[in-house]
Design a protein around this ligand. Sequence first.
Ligand code: CA
Length: 712
Amino acid sequence: MKTLKWAAMLAATALLAACGQGGGDKGPGNVDGARIAAASGNGEWLTVARTYDEQRHSPLDKINTTNVGQLGLAWMYEFDTDRGQEATPVVVDGVLYTTTAWSKVYAFDAKTGALKWSYDPKVEGKKGFDACCDVVNRGVAVWKGKVYVGVLDGRLVALEAGTGKEAWSVQTTDTGRPYTITGAPRVVKDKVLIGNGGGEYGVRGYLSAYDSATGKLVWRFYTTPNPNGQPDNAASDKIMKEKGAATWFGEGWKATGGGGTVWDSMAYDPELDILYAGVGNGTPWNHVKRSDGKGDNLFLSSVLALKPDTGEYVWHYQTTPGESWDYTATQHIILADLTINGQPRKVLMQAPKNGFFYVLDRANGQLISAKPYVPITWASGVDPATGRPIENPGVRYENAPSLQVPAPFGAHNWHPMAFNPKEGLVYIPAQVVPFAYTPDKGYTFRPGAWNVGTDFLANALPTDAAQMAAIKAMVKGELIAWDPVAQKARFTIKHPYFWNAGVMSTAGGLIFQGAAQGEFSAYNAADGTKLWSYKTDNGVIAAPSTYEIDGEQYVALMVGYGGAGALSAPALLPERPRLPGRLMVFKLGGTAKAPPYVRPEQAALDLTGVTSTGDVGRGFALFHQNCQVCHGPNAGGAFLPNLRQSQMLLSAESWKSVVIDGALAERGMASFSRFIDAKGAEDLRAYVLSEARGAAAPAVPPAKGGAATAKR
Ligand code: CA
């Protein structure tokens, strides 16, 4: 009997050991909660943020401050899309999984770069219209042999890790509403967690949990009340009745759904068994138009703590009560154990758009501290007793515009931070951008369109060069090394542009970050000294990841410019043609050479004799209501086609074929016939023609060509 028992125990131990070593005998992609927990001490990168605490800090140190200068390209792959690349590569058992714009998934041999498989969910091009901030995707989740991706059109798809074949696919959203998914799923206890986006247009936000094996919905938590006043038969019903519903007023939110989308951040504490998720802005932004200017509007702009098995509410912390500025709390959440006032504290840290760095007790949501991490003008501080921001007068722009910082871009956007436990620093890709919030007095809900209740006409750029220079001088991009205990910066790395890139920290004493101007750099984690830099030849916004194979450490990065900044603030960013995304993987002594990007020639536009019957003034208004968020204020966009240089300007017919008939829908330019009639389209053309003729030479001449490539 005794012998038998020992034999059974030995067999069980051997099985456990096999699981712990990457589970090769269980097939590819064999990740579970125990393995993710163990990864905190090894060189794996198993989830989009490496571990459940989402610190994005690797214990690997083979690449370190003494040898990082020898880092070179090991291999690379060029993708078939030139839109923004925001994914962090996940690496499991020697296979690197990543996603590109349009929610495509790729699996590579992480050592050699050989493509194992790819998957294209074939998102309809016109769906790009519903994506406020580019058709991006931030990466996959891997769990028990499957790879999960959230698709731009609202599907959640499970793929077989070994082949890329679809295992299951579910529609997680109402396809009649402008929902999108850009965030990476997380998997906790066999549940795939996914939210969605659409908070600028008019959707009701929620977080869902699907069974990882079958795709069956397990629970859903709505972040805003049901507009029809009824329960949803969802995990949120109880708390919405007890706390949430009473914080909403008026009718404005009922048409839109209120917003509150859970579009990016999550984290999980296995000991407390609590799942954390960040909630987005209200729809419309303008609190007066959404909720008669009354009420906190729970759970907008909040960190939500939920039980992962059931979605049951545990606590919430609302960073921006009565949100009115697109100040989301969807930014990266990091869990860590800190010593504060001599006491060990289990904290949750977030640098949401509103500019305050929050340190919360993650067991109960109590505020430990909150301080501004960049200069802000909308509030003077956070009341430590109530946890509420102390707003400055006039910032709610009820009757008059308020020029303030941060802008809707946020003091920090989705770009992942990183936490180095040895240095005790959080590295924040931060930005300082002003914005004139102006009441849209004539606001009415327009289904499917942007519905923000803020008048964008006020954000047309000044024609005066001195005023434009003054705006540019206010705008800053920086990587801040933030001490969350002292609540102050230890050092700051200044960037030439505001739209930042994600960060990674390593035990090699390094932080890695890309940049808008097209480089990827390593800095000393202790003091910010730049130790290595590589010209990527294309802008970077994504965060890197790192892994070890056969004793060699690799650093992987998605290269490719885009996102909200590139679309809607082109005048403040480097001007370049759209270039195909690339995955670039580095190692010490790497000698691979990236081929130079091909920038096709573009013929200059000859507007001689080109006329329009349209009304320039009306076109100006229509443009800034309908077009500027993707094509830039004053039609000066460079990322999505610069309309001032568009061949479509040459004739009313070709212009109408795109704007009204949707000729370029497959490339992401949907028909605007829902919002603009043929007369309006010609007014738009008249206005853009006037800009094309009157435009002074841009400060940086556009690189040759690129605008008319066949990529999407
Ligand atoms: Ca938003």
